[in-house]
Design a protein around this ligand. Structure first.
Ligand SMILES: Cc1cc2nc3c(=O)[nH]c(=O)nc-3n(C[C@H](O)[C@H](O)[C@H](O)COP(=O)(O)OP(=O)(O)OC[C@H]3O[C@@H](n4cnc5c(N)ncnc54)[C@H](O)[C@@H]3O)c2cc1C
Ligand SMILES: *[C@@H]1O[C@H](CO)[C@@H](O)[C@H](O)[C@H]1NC(C)=O
Ligand SMILES: *[C@@H]1O[C@H](CO)[C@@H](O)[C@H](O)[C@H]1NC(C)=O
Ligand SMILES: *[C@@H]1O[C@H](CO)[C@@H](O)[C@H](O)[C@H]1NC(C)=O
Ligand SMILES: *[C@@H]1O[C@H](CO)[C@@H](O)[C@H](O)[C@H]1NC(C)=O
Length: 544
């Protein structure tokens, strides 16, 4: 007994040291980086070029989309961030810690923002987008998402697109001790059946996929680029798109700046298109800056109007995170989410261990004395739910500087339905804590430290008291980083992701979602990039 604890302690120490090394070393773990052959510094691109497709944002959806289109057409990807290999910590699961503590000097792969609700949040700013800085959990979209997205899905093509994604970036994780414990307690608390390992969305408990392989290497969206037709694709990094250019109501080019501030233009050929994949914050921001948005709002900012579009920047939504943080009586190995409990009404419970500073907003603020930032005994049980009815909006903070983050408000829990779901989820976490598996851990005795030491606001003592749990939900609200909306299907884009009222312009990313798909959205965002790419190839081969 004593022996195994000492071993765990030593392992945790080694991992902490490894984390520090990852932060400072320049070694590139063994990811396939052959895509770097066609990645260029924007400063090296000429000031006027032509392509069939220009994709704004080389992120989670943008990379698979670009790769797919490059099989037949010339493609330019414009990404404001840099090369992920410049930041070794994003390339391994153990570096996840650094994503949240790296600060924000304008050059890091993650950009911090605080919504007007006061909740700290993060956006990807690197080639590969959010998939390079996220927690890596991979799980397909839920049935209701496909039924309500406003899209006439070709479900066979959806299946093919998911499979293409999965063979490139997804691994079956081996659960470490903590993830197994968490999984067992889900089952014990009645989150059944046990669905084993499955990438599909199934009620019950399952192990999901991960873009971290079993030595912890991240396989983010950049790796789709390895499948591109190298003669047809060009990726420009540190290429910040300022606005989309139009001829009347047809998009025909983009204006972007390189890291030296020099302006470049790129145009599309006949039958070509511009596709916005700048994410749920970036895409509505760029539409507004380009003159597509509410007329009176744009004129108040003196932005020239291209099209009056009242819904741009509306329906911004974030899935609130609820949960509890505690210190175990012994250290555990770090792990991001690998298992999930899916309750009947699409409420989800996951757990992360030893990577704690991520989850405590604001960072470091309420750790008790003695608990360090990388406390290897810290674990969290967290939850979210799918159908978020509270909505907010986005507006610009600068009408000239695209680098200035827009102002976002999500209005968490402004709709009473959301509180009801949180209450159910928190109660389930209460059930988990009472399972035999958890009780056994609580009574393990290390230096007289019995039981869990809870951090932050404690769970209400009486989880049967609805108003006490509601209060807890509101007081502890934070983000799962699954914010979406701003350019939703049926309002800003049609069922083919084309911007309504504009020619040659599409949006393919999380800004089009009125609901975040599945337990975690990355799988479906990657699928969507591939899916829309395949659809476009089909349509053009039918035309020719
Ligand atoms: C900390 C964190 C943890 C998460 N954990 C998970 C998880 O475990 N599982 C999961 O499924 N999901 C997770 N997510 C959510 C998921 O990663 C995101 O929803 C997803 O990556 C968003 O994809 P996207 O294609 O919509 O946008 P992004 O991937 O953000 O892509 C947008 C890209 O556009 C670029 N861009 C923006 N503006 C401009 C401009 N003006 N010019 C040029 N380029 C521009 C950005 O730099 C970015 O690269 C997490 C997210 C975060 C932040
Ligand atoms: C691109 O070139 C500029 C100017 O030489 C330089 O400052 C910048 O660091 C380069 N960026 C990358 C990603 O190499
Ligand atoms: C790549 O694109 C070029 C030009 O369109 C084409 O000739 C070539 O066959 C393509 N290669 C592959 C492997 O598809
Ligand atoms: C707008 O940007 C400025 C400068 O970055 C910042 O100080 C301010 O807080 C922002 N406003 C809002 C409402 O976020
Ligand atoms: C339920 O919680 C509320 C809010 O904390 C409290 O005011 C009330 O007294 C509690 N009711 C019972 C029956 O405990």
């Amino acid at each position: 007994m004593e022996h195994s604890r000492v071993t765990i302690l030593i392992l945790s120490l080694m991992i902490s040291i490894f984390q520090l090394q990852l932060h400072s070393s320049h070694a590139i773990p063994n990811q396939d980086v052959s895509y770097m052959k066609f990645v260029h510094n924007a400063t090296d691109l000429s000031t006027k070029e032509e392509y069939d497709y220009i994709i704004i944002g080389g992120g989670t959806a943008g990379c698979p989309l670009a790769t797919t289109l490059s099989s037949k057409f010339s493609v330019l990807v414009l990404e404001r961030g840099s090369d992920p290999n410049k930041y070794p910590f994003v390339l391994n699961e153990l570096g996840l810690f650094n994503v949240f503590t790296a600060g924000d000097d304008g050059k890091n792969p993650s950009q911090r923002f605080i919504s007007e609700d006061g909740v700290e949040n993060i956006r990807g700013r690197v080639l590969g987008g959010g998939s390079m800085v996220n927690a890596g959990f991979y799980s397909r979209g839920h049935r209701e998402f496909f039924e309500s997205a406003g899209v006439d899905w070709d479900m066979e093509l959806v299946e093919k697109a998911y499979e293409w994604v999965e063979e490139t970036v997804v691994s079956q994780p081996i659960l470490n001790a903590w993830q197994s414990t968490f999984r067992s307690s889900l089952l014990e608390s009645g989150v059944v059946p046990d669905n084993g390992f499955d990438l599909r969305h199934l009620v019950g408990t399952k192990t999901g996929g991960s873009i971290f392989d079993n030595i912890g290497n991240r396989h983010g969206a950049v790796e789709f680029l390895n499948k591109a037709n190298t003669t047809n694709i060009k990726v420009a990094i540190e290429a910040t798109v300022q606005r989309i250019l139009f001829s009347g109501l047809s998009a025909n080019g983009v204006l972007y700046s390189d890291s030296k501030g020099k302006l470049h233009k790129a145009f599309i050929r006949k039958k070509g298109e511009i596709i916005l994949s700048a994410g749920a914050i970036g895409s509505p921001q760029l539409l507004l800056l380009s003159g597509i948005g509410p007329k009176s709002y744009l004129s108040s900012l003196k932005l020239p109007l291209v099209l009056h579009q009242p819904y741009v920047g509306q329906s911004m939504s974030d899935n609130p995170r609820f949960g509890t943080y505690f210190i175990l009586p012994f250290p555990v190995l770090p792990s991001s989410a690998k298992a999930v409990g899916i309750l009947q009404d699409n409420i989800y419970i996951q757990s992360i261990a030893s990577l704690l500073p991520i989850l405590i907003p604001p960072i470091f603020s309420f750790l008790p004395p003695g608990a360090t930032s990388i406390d290897p005994s810290l674990v969290v049980l967290i939850g979210k739910f799918s159908e978020v009815h509270s909505e907010g909006s986005l507006r610009l903070n600068s009408s000239t500087d695209v680098k200035r983050s827009p102002i976002v408000r999500f209005n968490y829990y402004s709709h009473p339905d959301d509180l009801g779901r949180c209450v159910k989820g928190v109660r389930k976490i209460g059930d988990l804590l009472k399972t035999k598996t958890m009780e056994k851990i609580k009574t393990q005795n290390l230096e007289d430290n019995k039981g869990f030491e809870f951090l932050g606001v404690p769970l209400p003592e009486n989880l049967g008291n609805v108003s006490a749990v509601e209060e807890y939900c509101k007081k502890t609200v934070s983000t799962y980083w699954h914010y979406h909306g701003g350019c939703v299907v049926g309002k800003v884009v049609d069922g083919n992701y084309k911007v309504i009222g504009i020619k040659n312009l599409r949006i393919v990313d999380g800004s089009t979602f009125s609901e975040s798909p599945g337990t975690n959205p990355m799988a479906t965002l990657m699928m969507l990039g591939r899916y829309v790419g395949l659809k476009l190839l089909q349509q053009r081969s039918n035309l020719n």
